[in-house]
Design a protein around this ligand. Structure first.
Ligand code: UTP
Length: 259
């Protein structure tokens, strides 16, 4: 026969401290869910085509998901950033100055999205990795743009993913998947539903450049950072919000899985 439950044995009194439940009656500590990081390309964010409708729905989705698991979102600069970079280059600005123009545009986009989402997203998007980590420890949704020259918001997303031990990174872009060749110039290009880190890094290193306003699907520092930490990357068409939601939730989605 089981010994009768002795409630007193389940209560421990710390010297001069409050009573504390131990053993079977103690509530289980809540294990926080690993965050998910989303990198939204500027080419998805602002296309000139029904952007307000898209951003409104995107904001709704992010607010809803952040009630279930923590989310960190980086926003790119897209064609607005490239336009400023093109103008600055024509005026002889240095690559660092051009990167800084790009960063300002990404921050403008982040501010726009954060303002529409509202709390819990901080109204003033953090400007550094350290500030974003602090915000992520305070609340379930952080939205930011770029940080410093030399990379893109994909790298910001990847560095934050490692720093926050994220479950996955989702790259919302303007193509429906990764292809073995550029589908715009190669009609026989093949979609790649899955890619190893080795192959992905080789593709990124062959395709991305070191100049401001680069256009490859993911940036070098981002790919190297995620590959080293073995954090999975999912590439999706960011305007398809159902598919984006599936990728963020870790469910079956249409696109490319790296890792
Ligand atoms: P994006 O993150 O938008 O990168 O930053 P991207 O790949 O050029 O464009 P999309 O948005 O995915 O289509 C725009 C530019 O801003 C500078 C870089 O020059 C980048 O190309 N940037 C951005 C930085 O230098 N550092 C950052 O942290 C972010």
């Amino acid at each position: 026969m089981r010994a009768p439950l002795n409630k007193a044995a389940l209560v421990e009194r710390k010297q001069d401290g409050p009573r504390r439940l131990v053993g079977a009656m103690a509530p289980r500590p809540k294990v926080p869910r690993a965050p998910v990081v989303l990198s939204i390309g500027g080419s998805v964010f602002a296309t000139g085509d029904a952007d307000a409708t898209y951003l409104d729905k995107l904001a709704g989705l992010l607010g809803r998901l952040a009630r279930e698991f923590p989310l960190v979102v980086t926003v790119g600069g897209g064609r607005t950033a490239r336009e400023y970079i093109r103008l600055g280059r024509a005026l002889g600005l240095t690559e660092i100055e051009l990167d800084e123009l790009g960063i300002d545009v990404t921050r403008l986009h982040a501010r726009l999205l954060a303002a529409r989402v509202g709390p819990p997203a901080p109204a003033h998007p953090p400007a550094t990795i350290a500030a974003a980590v602090n915000e992520a420890h305070r609340g379930p949704l952080v939205i930011l743009g770029g940080t410093e020259p030399g990379h893109t918001t994909d790298a910001v997303a990847s560095l934050l993913a490692v720093r926050l031990r994220a479950a996955r990174v989702v790259n919302a872009t303007n193509v429906d998947a990764l292809y073995d060749r550029d589908p715009r110039t190669h009609p026989r290009a093949r979609r790649l539903p899955t890619v190893t880190w080795e192959k992905f890094r080789a593709m990124v290193h062959a395709g991305a450049t070191d100049t401001a306003g680069q256009e490859f699907v993911f940036d070098r520092l981002g790919a190297d950072t995620l590959a080293r930490a073995r954090i999975p990357l999912r590439i999706v068409q960011g305007r398809d919000l159902d598919n984006l939601e599936a990728a963020l939730r870790g469910r079956t989605f249409r696109g490319t899985s790296v890792g």
